[in-house]
Design a protein around this ligand. Structure first.
Ligand code: MG
Ligand code: FE
Length: 169
């Protein structure tokens, strides 16, 4: 029988794997951006936050005598790499990257809300607190992107119209 706590631990391992995937994905994205300095800076900031998030989720697992699954992390890291690379050969790779990041943040938002609720219910207030704090960083990143979708699209189309070869990143 699967116990409620098994789900909490399994979701924490998923969250940890997602953070590791995010580090790969965001690093590859940021490295290629040249003409969108504000976007690049915000992504760099979120990479720093993401490294810490991964660490904090790992600590939650360790408090339960569990650990992050290295196998899962390696698999998802490769997936993240594939995803990050999938947009590179398009003429709108920066827009594809923004779309992927915005989608990813929302997956994280749902995941940390579920984790916080489960941790609270299962009598692990420390994990609930950690997940709620991480949630705030994911919400802030999603909002930053959302607030700039129009502006970034304009800039991309301006650069494209100028015939700039670097519009794409
Ligand atoms: Mg995250
Ligand atoms: Fe995030």
């Amino acid at each position: 029988m699967t116990h409620p706590k098994d789900h909490l631990l399994s979701w924490l391992r998923d969250a940890h794997a997602a953070e590791e995937q995010a580090i790969t994905m965001l690093s590859n994205l940021s490295r290629r951006i040249e003409n969108y300095p504000e976007l690049k800076a915000r992504i760099e900031q979120h990479i720093t936050e993401t490294r810490r998030q991964s660490e904090r989720v790992r600590e939650c697992l360790q408090r339960h005598g569990s650990d992050a699954s290295t196998l899962k992390d390696t698999g998802t890291k490769l997936m993240g790499l594939g995803q990050a690379l999938s947009g590179i050969f398009t003429s709108d790779e920066v827009m594809k990257g923004i779309l992927a990041s915005y989608t990813f943040e929302h997956m994280e938002i749902a995941s940390y809300k579920m984790l916080a609720a489960a941790a609270r219910r299962l009598g692990d207030p420390e994990t609930a607190r950690v997940c709620e704090e991480i949630l705030q960083e994911e919400l802030a990143m999603a909002k930053w992107l959302e607030d700039r979708l129009e502006q970034l699209t304009d800039k991309f189309l301006d650069l494209t119209a100028e015939g700039s070869a670097t519009a794409k990143h």
